[in-house]
Design a protein around this ligand. Structure first.
Ligand SMILES: Cc1cc2nc3c(=O)[nH]c(=O)nc-3n(C[C@H](O)[C@H](O)[C@H](O)COP(=O)(O)OP(=O)(O)OC[C@H]3O[C@@H](n4cnc5c(N)ncnc54)[C@H](O)[C@@H]3O)c2cc1C
Length: 363
């Protein structure tokens, strides 16, 4: 869009995850647009556990940024610093901006390209297939969903899930956690709570490993998967001009218009924000749409007072338990079994997410 004086404004989004990809799709034709992401693709996070037991699932859930971002510049590098006017990437490039959005939800170390990522999933699948017994470390959504996938597709494997907390799925209510525990136990998943496993003290004998918990309990498993959750992706901001906009948990403090505290032209969306609600992708997407609307308004010379506001939402979460079952947490109740499974567990919202990015659901 040409603005007054023929100047084309530069919009930069850092992070091509759930929120960043949707923002990029929405803003690419409205400005001189750049997406900076550590990797060449967007991956639908909640489809990753299915991809471990069915690697071909990743063909649809790992999406090259170029497939939906046809108009903007894509820089495959981590952002390591920002000033009031520029972003510095790990490769030493300086990217100027007029409007900046930070959407670096969680830090993860994954391959740079789709081929590498799919190869990783193939390796995970072989690891699961060839093991008789599997240890899962971590009882948050990742550990629980992985246990559900393996228990469903490979019911003969012995699965042990160890979690440091006193209950599973601490991000939602205790009733939901208990129902999930019962579901897993009914599928012969052994769940050990309030203990941790030190992965430094594994002793190996051919074909099997012995693990020890913090309480001294030992058990054997052929392999393990670490599902302990990822750090908030804000470590790189701690020495930048935004350091005083981070809260004690490393989250960016935003106002009701999703602008970073004290900044007129820097927005933040998704899991990196300090908004008081559970961190979920569908909320990250809602925030992305609010931020996109506000940036478009400002690009068009609209008044700040006309900006859209974002309101925190109450708890609503879906956890898949294999291909047919699921757990739903609503504001006042929870429900487990085939009904929530019908909503999430078959396609894991992959077709829906692809459509939101302007792609064919099945391609
Ligand atoms: C197992 C599991 C199941 C889930 N199920 C659901 C569900 O059913 N429904 C739901 O709504 N939510 C679900 N969630 C939560 C959801 O995935 C997150 O809330 C969502 O991913 C947050 O989106 P985001 O864009 O803020 O961050 P992310 O999706 O984490 O994206 C962050 C992006 O930033 C990039 N990045 C990080 N640091 C840098 C840097 N310095 N420079 C450049 N790029 C950087 C990363 O590479 C990544 O692309 C689930 C999560 C998990 C783990």
């Amino acid at each position: 869009m040409e603005l007054g004086g023929g100047e084309r404004k530069r919009v930069v989004v850092i992070g091509g995850g759930v929120a960043g990809s949707l923002l990029a799709k929405n803003l690419q034709f409205s400005a001189d647009f750049t997406l900076i992401d550590q990797k060449e693709y967007f991956e639908i996070p909640w489809a990753s556990l299915r991809t471990m037991v069915e690697p071909s699932f990743g063909e649809r859930s790992v999406i090259n940024h170029r497939d939906y971002l046809t108009n903007g510049q894509i820089i495959t590098s981590g952002a390591i610093n920002i000033t009031d006017t520029e972003v510095l990437t790990g490769e030493g490039r300086l990217i100027p901006y007029d409007y900046l959005v930070i959407a670096t939800g969680h830090a993860d170390s994954v391959p740079k390209n789709k081929t590498g990522r799919l190869k990783e999933y193939q390796e995970d699948y072989q690891k699961i297939r060839s093991a008789n017994s599997i240890l899962i470390v971590g009882g948050g959504p990742t550990g629980v969903e992985l246990a559900g996938e393996i228990a469903t597709d490979f019911p003969d494997k012995k699965i042990t899930l160890v979690h440091t907390g006193s209950r599973l799925l601490e991000f939602i209510g205790p009733k939901a956690a208990n129902k999930t525990l019962n579901w897993l136990q009914s599928r012969n998943v052994e769940v050990i709570l309030e203990q941790s496993v030190s992965l430094n003290t594994i002793s190996e004998s051919p074909g099997s490993k012995t693990y020890q918990t913090s309480e001294g309990q030992t058990f054997h498993a052929d392999c393990h998967f670490l599902c302990t959750g990822k750090r908030v992706g804000s470590a790189w901001l701690k020495e930048t001009v935004l350091k005083s906009s981070l809260d004690e948990f490393g989250r960016l403090i935003v106002d009701e218009n999703l602008r970073v505290k004290g900044r007129k032209n820097i927005f933040a969306v998704g899991d990196i924000t300090n908004i008081k609600e559970i961190k979920q992708g569908y909320l990250a997407q809602k925030q992305a749409l609010v931020a996109a609307k506000n940036i478009k308004l400002l690009l068009a010379g609209g008044r700040e007072s006309k900006m859209a506001t974002y309101e925190a939402h109450s708890v609503l979460a879906l956890v898949s338990l294999g291909r047919k079952h699921g757990l739903a947490q609503f504001p006042y109740t929870t429900c487990i079994g085939r009904l929530p499974g019908l909503i999430k567990s078959k396609d894991l919202f992959v077709g829906k997410t692809r459509k939101q990015l302007g792609l064919l659901p099945q391609d």
